[in-house]
Design a protein around this ligand. Structure first.
Ligand SMILES: Nc1ncnc2c1ncn2[C@@H]1O[C@H](COP(=O)(O)OP(=O)(O)OP(=O)(O)O)[C@@H](O)[C@H]1O
Ligand SMILES: [Mg+2]
Length: 265
């Protein structure tokens, strides 16, 4: 489960610019369409961890939203496990770019919310406790989001997503806004969780090293509208020290160049 085919997806946005009144009728004037994605073809294997890189505004989140079924492509389609995606489903869970926890609910209640489909309270409680343990938040069950650190809030979000047991986990910049050490720890946790759950995982990140260290596959998008500039399978064992793996180091330099940085630091 979790085999994804992205079939020649293109996307353009058409925003309404202004409205005017003519003969008592309201007329809308539209801007020229803004092309964002241009004929994107991708295929991800079951259980692959895919890291997606690309400059800000190139359409990474748009592509994830289309894969998750939150918005339609202008042309093309997405097929997950043989089924065309037309709307969001709990089979593909999105960990949002912005903090998505409900501030008036505790850690426990936030996780439990994603298990509404289980009618037995006992089953729900068992699952919530299990996932609190996976993300090591024991003792913080009754804390509200504002009483947690940034990393703990992300772990709660992860637990909430994992509790649903989706076939595909979609994460849009899961480490953004975290301090360096929390970022490193969260990265390790995501790698461990992926090893443990074996779920197909799509991660957008701005950090080239994250992508090289975590990914089974690395995808680089670029251009306006965006195309796939690089789609490379990374068959290296983990933990990875890219500085000791010449091929990874070369790829790192190549991606820096692609992103317009002429020297890798
Ligand atoms: N709902 C929308 N209506 C109109 N334009 C949009 C909409 N959503 C995104 N865009 C435009 O599409 C382009 C791609 O946006 P997107 O959020 O996918 O980029 P991104 O690669 O995720 O950027 P970042 O790395 O900064 O998060 C941008 O130019 C943005 O302005
Ligand atoms: Mg984005």
């Amino acid at each position: 489960m979790g085999h994804i085919i992205v079939n020649s997806i293109s996307k353009e946005y058409r925003n309404r610019r202004r409205q005017s009144r003519k003969n008592g009728c309201i007329e809308s004037h539209f801007q020229d369409p803004i092309p964002v994605l241009d004929n994107i073809d991708l295929e991800f294997d079951e259980g692959e961890m895919v890291c997606i890189l690309g400059p800000s505004g190139c359409g990474k989140s748009t592509m994830l939203r289309i894969i998750a079924g939150f918005e339609p492509a202008t042309t093309g389609n997405v097929i997950i496990d043989g089924k065309q995606i037309e709307k969001p489903s709990s089979n593909h869970i999105f960990v949002f770019q912005n903090n998505g926890l409900l501030p008036w609910m505790t850690v426990w209640e936030n996780i439990e919310l994603s298990l509404r489909h289980l009618s037995e309270t006992r089953d729900r409680a068992k699952k919530v406790a299990e996932h609190i343990e996976i993300v090591e938040l024991e003792g913080f069950e009754h804390h509200y989001p504002h009483q947690l650190s940034g990393g703990m809030r992300r772990r709660t979000e992860l637990a909430r997503a994992l509790a649903v047991n989706p076939n595909v986990m979609i994460m849009d910049e899961p480490f953004s806004g975290l301090d360096f050490m929390t970022h490193m720890k969260m990265r390790e946790e995501v790698v461990n969780m992926h090893k443990f759950t074996g779920k197909t995982t799509l991660i957008v990140t701005h950090d080239i090293d994250d992508a090289l260290i975590m990914g089974d596959r690395i995808v680089v998008m670029d251009g306006r509208p965006a195309r796939i500039k690089l789609n490379h399978r990374l068959d290296f064992p983990r933990p990875r020290d890219f500085q000791k793996i010449p091929e990874l180091n070369k790829l790192r330099q190549q991606i820096f160049l692609m992103e317009g940085v002429s020297y890798a630091v």
